[in-house]
Design a protein around this ligand. Structure first.
Ligand code: NAP
Length: 258
C-alpha cells in the first residue's frame, strides 16, 4: 500500500474526493482505491454514477462511502465531514475536485448570478472543505496531519477569453487559496498543493455547450492530444502520497505542454 503522510492510524488511510462521481474525480477515486485507501466519494446529484463507482471500488477490495452533498453549502459540508469523522475517525487526504463551468460566452454577456454561482461552486466549496479538513488533520487541532490537493485548471493562467472568464477567475482564486493555506499549515503536518489540468476528455465540456471541445483543440496541444482523467489522477495521487513529502504550496500542470 502507498502509505500516506504522518498518520498514526493502523487502519488504511481515508481520502475524500469532492465531485468524485464522474470524470477526474472518479478516476482519482479508483487510483486511491488501488493503493488501498478507504474512499469517500462526494457528488451532487448523479446517484447512478456514484453507485456504479462504489461497486467498482469495492471490487478492488477496499471500502467506499458515497455522500450526496452540495459542497458550496456550508451546512451540507459540515454534515459530510461529521459523517466521515463518525465513520472513519480521521481523514488523511482531501481532494477538492468538484467544479463546474457554464456556456461559452464573452465576459460582457455573463450575469452576476452566473459569476456568483461559479465562484460559489468552484472556490467557496474549496474554502469550506479545506477549512473543515484542516480542523480534522492539523496537529494544531490534535490531528495526525494530512494532505489537501486542489483541482484548479490551466484556465487560471490563460484566463479563458471568449469562453468562461468567470471559470478562469474561480480557478485563479483557488490557486491563491492553495498557496496561502499551504503556508499557514506547513508546520502543522498538512501539505496543500494543486493540479492544473488542461484539456481533458470528460463530460464537463458539454456544460460549456461543446462536448467535443477537446477534439477541436487537440492540435494546439504540444503533445498533440487531449488528456485522460487517469493522467490527472496520477498527479493528484502523487501530491497526496508520501512520495511528495517535501512538496507543498505548489502546482503540477497536467496540460500536455499547453
Ligand atoms: P465532470 O466530469 O463534469 O464532473 C464534475 C463532478 O463534480 C461531478 O461528480 C458532479 O456531481 C460534481 N459536482 C458539481 N457540482 C458540485 C457541487 N456543488 N457539489 C458536489 N459535487 C459537485 O468534471 P471534470 O471534467 O471531471 O472536472 C473535475 C475538476 O477538474 C473540476 O474542478 C474542473 O474545473 C477541473 N478541470 C477539468 C478540466 C477538463 O478538461 N475536464 C480541465 C481543467 C480543470 P454529479 O456527478 O452528481 O453531477
Amino acid at each position: 500500500m502507498q502509505q500516506h503522510t504522518p498518520n498514526s492510524n493502523l487502519a488504511a488511510p481515508v481520502v475524500l474526493i469532492t465531485g468524485g462521481g464522474r470524470g477526474i474525480g472518479a478516476a482519482s477515486a479508483k487510483r486511491f482505491a488501488k493503493a488501498g485507501y478507504q474512499v469517500v466519494v462526494n457528488y451532487l446529484s448523479n446517484h447512478q454514477a456514484a453507485q456504479a463507482l462504489k461497486q467498482e471500488i469495492e471490487a478492488l477490495g477496499t471500502s467506499c462511502m458515497t455522500v450526496a452533498a452540495d459542497v458550496s453549502n456550508e451546512q451540507q459540508v459540515s454534515n459530510m465531514f461529521a459523517e466521515i469523522k463518525q465513520q472513519f475517525g480521521a481523514l488523511d487526504v482531501l481532494v477538492n475536485n468538484a467544479g463546474i463551468l457554464e456556456t461559452q460566452s464573452r465576459m460582457d454577456d455573463i450575469s452576476v448570478e452566473r459569476f456568483e454561482r461559479i465562484l460559489r461552486t468552484n472556490v467557496i466549496s474549496c474554502f469550506l472543505c479545506a477549512k473543515a479538513a484542516v480542523k480534522q488533520m492539523s496537529t494544531r487541532y490534535g490531528g495526525n496531519g494530512g494532505a489537501i490537493v486542489n483541482v484548479s485548471s490551466g484556465a487560471a493562467k490563460s484566463g479563458s477569453p471568449n469562453e468562461y472568464v468567470d471559470y478562469a477567475a474561480s480557478k485563479g482564486a483557488m490557486d491563491s487559496l492553495t498557496r496561502g493555506l499551504a503556508l499557514e499549515v506547513a508546520n502543522e503536518g498538512v501539505r496543500v498543493n494543486g493540479v492544473r489540468p488542461g484539456l481533458i476528455y470528460t463530460e464537463m465540456h458539454a456544460s460549456g455547450g461543446e462536448p467535443l471541445r477537446v477534439q477541436r483543440l487537440q492540435s494546439k496541444i504540444p503533445l498533440q492530444r487531449g488528456g485522460e482523467a487517469e493522467e490527472v489522477a496520477e498527479a493528484i495521487f502523487w501530491l497526496a502520497s508520501n512520495q511528495s513529502s517535501f512538496v507543498t504550496g505548489t502546482f503540477i500542470d497536467t496540460t500536455g505542454g499547453l
